[in-house]
Design a protein around this ligand. Structure first.
Ligand SMILES: Cc1cc2nc3c(=O)[nH]c(=O)nc-3n(C[C@H](O)[C@H](O)[C@H](O)COP(=O)(O)OP(=O)(O)OC[C@H]3O[C@@H](n4cnc5c(N)ncnc54)[C@H](O)[C@@H]3O)c2cc1C
Length: 399
């Protein structure tokens, strides 16, 4: 054991500090900055988008319920449109980009989803955030917090500049792994079942450019009918919360890519890989245990404190209102979560972790963080008004 004595310099002071620059963090930072607040977004990598860019998970799953109704709006829709504003990777109905033409809402045979290019999205998102005056700090890892009993005073970071502290009135945990909440000692939970190995990569062959999605889908224990539906590359699962385990997972994922290339070449393909993931492709790791834990049986349920709606990407029909209480625990009053670490049951986690849901919770968290440094005291009606003014539809009975 080494005991370090640290004198950490305060490098920044802001109203809203967003930790993690995936889809949730991008949405939160946009929402907070648009409220006129001094907003900093820190990201440990040198690219925005998280799993949705560096992780090569480039399918923007549906904003609709698959029954002809769009359910996720606001920044979730804005980012979908941004993601394909310089060209999509697959076909989509042209009327989706025309805000006047809502014909897709009645197209029951199609879902409002797209495939986008990760490099284009990462740069376009960066430009959008800069336009909104968000300060982006790349290569900056949140490693600890300085706190009182129930509030974060500063988030401690490590970067090329060394160890520093960023003071903030409120903090959005958009790390995907609930790192900030964990550092504070707020209640969190982990994904006991563990994640299957994934190895998504881009390749080029004479017939074109494509994405190979190895380890495509997973199903939580409590939703399985027997063992069907899980395509596993190897017989091992991963927590995503242990450095050595994650390193092994990444190496196994690289191995799966090589084996897949060999297999395809044996079948006559001339493919070359053009891009492999630069962050671990892991779905569910750690989440907040918030004031409310949303369950997958709560479809079509009215929540007084809803901050937006999401659908189920796996099946048509279900619509979930997202209660504000799933975003904070109240143990740390100026900390709110967004994205794949919000407060849900394991079976709901598989629904809430995907890109549109991360954008919905990101917008809500960023807007709330701009309004208060104590989420337990926030007037939810005022938050809902702000969200509605910015395009969000809160309740299913408003569709
Ligand atoms: C194999 C796989 C397939 C998937 N398929 C799809 C799909 O087809 N469509 C879909 O919509 N979703 C899919 N998902 C889920 C989806 O991509 C992610 O859950 C979603 O993008 C998560 O967004 P997020 O912003 O919450 O987290 P992340 O994308 O994980 O972003 C978190 C960001 O925070 C940064 N960060 C983490 N810790 C720290 C720290 N301590 N300090 C500073 N920065 C930090 C990370 O570098 C990252 O950029 C898939 C996921 C996986 C793994």
């Amino acid at each position: 054991m080494i005991n370090e004595v640290l004198n950490t310099k305060v490098s920044e002071n802001c109203d809203v500090l967003v930790c993690g620059g995936g889809f949730a963090g991008i949405s939160a930072a946009l929402a907070a900055a648009r409220q006129g607040k001094k907003t900093i977004l820190l990201e440990k990598e040198f690219i925005l988008g998280g799993l949705g860019t560096a992780g090569l998970v480039t399918m923007y799953l549906p904003l609709c319920d698959g029954m002809g109704r769009q359910v996720s709006f606001g920044i979730a829709e804005e980012l979908l449109k941004l993601s394909i504003s310089m060209g999509a990777e697959a076909q989509y109905p042209e009327n989706w980009l025309d805000s006047e033409d809502k014909a897709f809402r009645t197209e029951k045979n199609k879902r409002f989803e797209v495939r986008y290019n990760p490099s284009l999205f990462a740069i376009l998102a960066e430009q959008l955030l800069l336009k909104e005056n968000v300060k982006i700090l790349y290569g900056t890892y949140a490693v600890a917090v300085d706190k009182t009993a129930d509030k974060i005073n500063a988030v401690i970071t490590e970067s090329k500049s060394g160890r520093q502290a960023i003071k903030a009135a409120s903090v959005v945990d958009a790390t995907g792994d609930c790192d900030i909440a964990f550092f504070t000692g707020a209640p969190t939970d982990t994904f006991k079942q563990g994640n299957i190995l994934a190895a998504w990569y881009y390749f080029l062959e004479s017939s074109g450019y494509d994405l190979a999605a190895l380890g495509c889908a997973d199903i939580p224990d409590d939703q399985k009918n027997g063992e069907n539906g899980v395509e596993t590359l190897i017989n091992r699962r991963f927590t995503g919360l242990d450095a050595e385990e994650i390193s092994q997972m990444v190496q196994l994922s690289h191995n799966a890519v090589i084996e897949d290339i060999k297999k395809r070449r044996d079948r006559g393909s001339d493919l070359v890989p053009t891009c492999i993931a630069t962050i671990p492709q892991i779905r569910m790791t750690r989440k907040l245990v918030g004031e409310y834990v949303l369950h997958d049986t709560e479809e079509h349920k009215y929540f007084e404190d809803s901050v937006g709606m999401v659908s189920d990407w796996r099946k048509r029909g279900p619509v979930y209102e997202v209660p504000f209480r799933t975003l904070y625990s109240g143990k740390i009053k100026n900390l709110i979560t967004a994205g794949r670490c919000t407060s849900v049951t394991d079976s709901m986690w598989d629904i809430m972790r995907v890109i549109p849901c991360c954008a919905v919770t990101g917008q809500a968290a960023g807007t709330a963080a701009a309004m208060t440094d104590d989420f337990t005291k926030l007037d939810v009606k005022k938050l809902q008004c702000e969200l509605e003014e910015n395009g969000v539809v809160l309740h299913e009975n408003q569709l």
